[in-house]
Design a protein around this ligand. Structure first.
Ligand code: GDP
Ligand code: MG
Length: 396
C-alpha cells in the first residue's frame, strides 16, 4: 500500500538521522536526562506516561519496560483532540483489557484537565488508604519528546492551584538545591532525597493539590534512537517527536498526503465544492498583489463571521477536488506520487504562495500543510491500529 511505502521512505530518513552521531536527536543532554529519570522512577508515587493519542503504541516510553507494570502507572493519551475519537476509545478499551490504567485528555482543555485532576486525586486517596505514611504524593510525568508533558504539567498546576498565595511561589525551577533555601520549605513533606535529585536534571516540580499535597514533576522527553522501527520512526516524525529538519519537511508532508488520500477525512469537505470559489472571479495568480486584495474583499464580505478561515477552507477544497477527481489507482505507488505532485502544485494557490517551483515550493507548501495538520485543521488521524487478536506485548 502506498502509505506504507511513504512511511518506509520517511522512516529511512529517521533511521539515518538516528545513526548520525553528533547531529542526531539523542545528544548528551537526552542521555543524562534519561538516566536521571530512570533513577527516580522507583522513588515517586505515580508515573504518568504521556503518550500521543494519535500514536498510542508508537509513542510508548521505552524505558518503562524495565519496570514491572503497576497500579501506580497511568498511561495518558494526550492530544486527544487531534486523534480519531472512535479509535481513541478503542485504544482505551484495549489498554484497560490489558489491565493498564489509561486516561485520554486534551491538555489545552480546562474542563478535561479538571476532570483528570479529580481522577488523580481519587487515585491518590486510594493510595493513602494503603500507605498511611505517605503524607505527600509525588507524580512524575515521563514520555518521548513533544507529547505534551509540559503542557499537561502547567495545566494541572493552573487548575490545581489552591489559593493565589500558594500558587505564586510553587513553581520551583532547578538552580538551587540548597536545603536552606527558603523556597524548599514549600515542598512540605517531599522526600528531601527525591527533591534534591529532581532539581538536578529534570525540569520543574510543581504543587497541584493540597490535603493531600500533590506535586508533579515534569521531565525532558527521551527517545532512544536504537532499535527504532522504520514505520514507527515515520509516525514519530509526522507527529513531531523528532525535529522536522532532521528528516525533511517535504518528506513529512508527502507522507501526510499519502495518509489523507487514503482516509475518509477529506470526504467531510465535499460540501465546500458547492461554495462560490472567489478565485474564479479574480485571477490572483496573474497578479502577485491580487491575493492580498482578494483576501481584503473576502474579509469584507464575511466581516460578521470571525470564524471564517479562508486559507483552511481553500486547502480543504483543493485537497478534496484533487483526490475525488483522481482516476488513478490509490494502491499503486507511482500513481499516488503523481497525485501528490499535483496536490503540491494546487496547494501553492490555496496557500497563496508566489509562482515558483522545485525544492523551495515543496518546502513552503510543506511547512504550511504540516502546520494545519498538526493543529487539527485537516482532520483527525490515529496512525496506530489496535492489534487484532494479538497478545498485548508483555513489556508494555
Ligand atoms: N492540540 C493539542 N496540542 C497539545 C496538547 N498538549 C500539548 N500540545 C502542544 O504540543 C506541543 C508540545 O507540547 P509540550 O508540552 O512542549 O511537549 P513536551 O515536549 O512533551 O513537554 C506544544 O505545541 C503544545 O502546545 C493537546 O492536548 N492538544
Ligand atoms: Mg517539555
Amino acid at each position: 500500500m502506498a502509505t506504507a511505502t511513504f512511511a518506509r521512505r520517511l522512516g529511512a530518513f529517521v533511521k539515518s538521522a538516528a545513526a548520525n552521531k553528533g547531529s542526531g536527536w539523542f545528544g548528551p543532554h537526552m542521555a543524562a536526562a534519561s538516566r536521571a529519570i530512570v533513577e527516580r522512577i522507583p522513588l515517586v508515587d505515580f508515573i504518568l506516561e504521556i503518550r500521543d493519542a494519535r500514536i498510542p503504541m508508537s509513542s510508548e516510553y521505552e524505558h518503562l519496560r524495565q519496570f514491572p507494570s503497576s497500579l501506580r502507572r497511568i498511561i495518558v493519551l494526550n492530544k486527544m483532540d487531534l486523534a480519531d475519537r472512535s479509535k481513541t476509545q478503542e485504544w482505551m478499551r484495549y489498554f484497560q483489557e490489558h489491565n493498564k490504567i489509561c486516561y485520554g485528555i486534551n491538555s489545552h482543555n480546562k474542563d478535561n484537565v479538571k476532570e483528570f485532576l479529580n481522577f488523580l486525586q481519587a487515585r491518590v486517596r486510594e493510595l493513602k488508604k494503603i500507605d498511611q505514611s505517605s503524607y505527600t504524593t509525588t507524580i512524575m510525568l515521563v514520555g518521548i519528546p513533544n507529547v505534551g508533558k509540559s503542557a499537561l504539567a502547567n495545566s494541572l498546576h493552573q487548575v490545581g492551584r489552591i489559593s493565589a498565595a500558594e500558587g505564586k511561589a510553587e513553581a520551583f525551577n532547578s538552580e538551587s538545591t540548597a536545603r536552606g533555601d527558603e523556597r524548599y520549605q514549600q515542598f512540605e513533606g517531599v522526600n528531601p532525597f527525591f527533591f534534591s535529585l529532581c532539581v538536578l536534571h529534570t525540569r520543574s516540580i510543581e504543587k497541584i493539590g493540597s490535603h493531600p499535597n500533590i506535586y508533579v514533576l515534569d521531565t525532558p522527553g527521551v527517545l532512544p534512537p536504537e532499535n527504532l522501527d522504520v514505520e514507527v520512526g515515520a509516525k514519530l516524525a509526522l507527529t513531531g517527536a523528532i525535529e522536522d529538519y532532521l528528516v525533511g519537511e517535504c518528506e513529512l508532508a508527502r507522507y501526510f498526503l499519502a495518509i489523507l488520500n487514503l482516509s475518509n477525512e477529506y470526504k467531510h469537505w465535499a460540501n465546500l465544492l458547492g461554495e462560490e470559489d472567489d478565485r474564479s472571479s479574480v485571477d490572483y495568480k496573474a497578479n502577485p498583489l491580487g491575493s492580498s486584495e482578494l483576501d481584503m474583499r473576502r474579509r469584507k464580505q464575511y466581516a460578521t463571521d470571525h470564524t471564517q478561515d479562508f486559507v483552511v477552507r481553500d486547502v480543504r477544497r483543493t485537497l478534496f477536488e484533487a483526490v475525488s477527481s483522481f482516476e488513478g489507482n490509490l494502491e499503486n505507488d507511482e500513481e499516488v506520487v503523481r497525485l501528490i505532485n499535483a496536490q503540491f502544485l494546487a496547494l501553492r494557490d490555496a496557500f497563496r504562495l508566489p509562482l515558483e517551483s522545485g525544492e523551495n515550493l515543496c518546502y513552503r507548501v510543506s511547512i504550511k500543510l504540516l502546520n494545519l495538520y498538526r493543529t487539527g485543521r485537516l482532520g483527525h488521524y490515529t496512525l496506530d491500529s489496535v492489534p487484532r487478536n494479538a497478545q498485548y506485548p508483555t513489556t508494555i
